[in-house]
Design a protein around this ligand. Structure first.
Ligand code: SF4
Ligand code: SF4
Length: 372
């Protein structure tokens, strides 16, 4: 008789959970452990608990909410795991089992319903119109994402200004949440929202989508329900890939560093393109002590910003300590969510500025024009 499996995470990932040898390599790189020093919260601790669940010695109940929801899905553990355990995927699946059992994290209860009604993760009514035409025929669609639409509007405005300066033929659309984030917090992805995005993108005739958000970029490129977009031949680029071929003819004399977003770096392997652009415009570029695949997480991902805000900010502060250590005057990143969390965590005594790369380039170009 086959093994009876109660939970979806077992059916999908039983072998992987058992593959964890408790070597502990993940402990040193886990931002949650780095903050809490609680072994139960690093990847090894999470895998041990899930092994107990599979053995029938524990249930996915209320008591495990903290263990399984305190994870930013940063993938620093899986990147360093000698046994190839895909921790973030396992955690996301176990969260779905918890929500199905009625024990999701209180911060996200009803989030799937709210997304159905309001079409964005903040449950807000209308995004700013960014003074741009929408839904017109164009070569490119610029897909903003929820954080850029509702929290980092100024950054989005500057990014759009930059695209205008570069004479890019783009249009905005009446976008809805890409819905990838639902899977982070225990829900299934929303097919209706996906189909709406696909339909709107295809109706513009654009061959390429540029997105400012690494998470939307991942979802469009990886999620099976966005296959319709890919099958129609539409290529999805992150803005860092799009900008790397331009020559901006502006230079900053500031000491600049770069924060790798987990979703763009460890999850998508995009490390070089942002650096190619930044080193063109900022010859005084310096790396932080943890960089590329080794970069510290900003603490915002995996729903941690919503569920454990104090820890989320504390993780961002650890990252900002590294900015201070190297004496950078500007820290650039390629993710509105990282930008948002890092900016919220910045202390008044910290004098450096935080921008996205596109925003910074636009500011430099604007200053050049003012000089003329
Ligand atoms: S590095 Fe991998 S195998 Fe080692 S304890 Fe962590 S999850 Fe388990
Ligand atoms: S994904 Fe990141 S936060 Fe989650 S267990 Fe792994 S290292 Fe820790």
């Amino acid at each position: 008789m086959g093994l009876k499996m109660k939970y979806g995470f077992e059916r999908k990932f039983r072998d992987q959970v058992l593959r964890c040898s408790s070597c502990g390599f993940c402990q040193a790189v886990c931002p949650i452990f780095g903050l809490t020093f609680r072994p139960a919260l690093n990847a090894r601790g999470k895998m041990l608990v899930l092994q107990e669940v599979m053995d029938g010695d524990a249930e996915l109940n209320q008591e495990l909410i903290e263990t399984l929801f305190q994870c930013t899905t940063c993938a620093n553990c899986s990147t360093n795991c000698p046994s190839g355990v895909s921790v973030p995927d396992i955690i996301k699946e176990a969260r779905k089992d918890m929500v199905a059992a009625g024990v999701g994290h209180p911060a996200f209860i009803g989030m799937n319903e709210a997304l159905k009604m309001r079409h964005n993760i903040y449950g807000e009514e209308e995004p700013e119109d960014f003074e741009r035409e929408r839904n017109r025929k164009a070569d490119y669609v610029y897909f903003i994402g929820c954080v850029g639409s509702f929290r980092e509007n100024e950054t989005t405005m500057e990014t759009l200004d930059l695209l205008d300066r570069l004479k890019v033929d783009y249009t905005l659309i009446d976008e809805v949440c890409c819905s990838g984030v639902l899977e982070d917090v225990g829900y299934r992805i929303n097919r209706e929202l996906i189909n709406r995005n696909i339909e709107m993108i295809l109706s513009t005739g654009a061959g390429k989508v540029i997105t400012g958000c690494p998470y939307c970029f991942r979802t469009f490129n990886d999620d099976r329900f966005y296959k319709g977009l890919r099958d129609a031949g539409v290529k999805v680029l992150h803005i860092s890939q799009f900008l790397k071929d331009f020559d901006f003819e502006v230079i900053s004399d500031k000491v600049v560093t770069y924060h790798d977003p987990c979703d763009l770096g460890r999850h998508c392997g995009i490390y070089d393109e942002p650096r190619e652009t930044i080193t063109k415009i900022a010859p005084n570029f310096v790396e932080m002590s943890h960089t590329r695949a080794d970069a510290l997480c900003c603490g915002a991902g995996g729903g941690v910003r919503g569920a454990y805000p104090a820890n989320s900010i504390a993780m961002a502060r650890r990252r900002l300590d590294e900015v201070e250590q190297i004496g950078a005057q500007v820290v650039l990143t390629e993710c509105n969510s990282c930008l948002h969390n890092l900016a919220n965590a910045k202390l008044r005594s910290q004098k450096f500025s935080i921008y996205t790369t596109a925003q910074f380039i636009n500011m430099l170009m604007m200053t050049e024009i003012d000089k003329e």
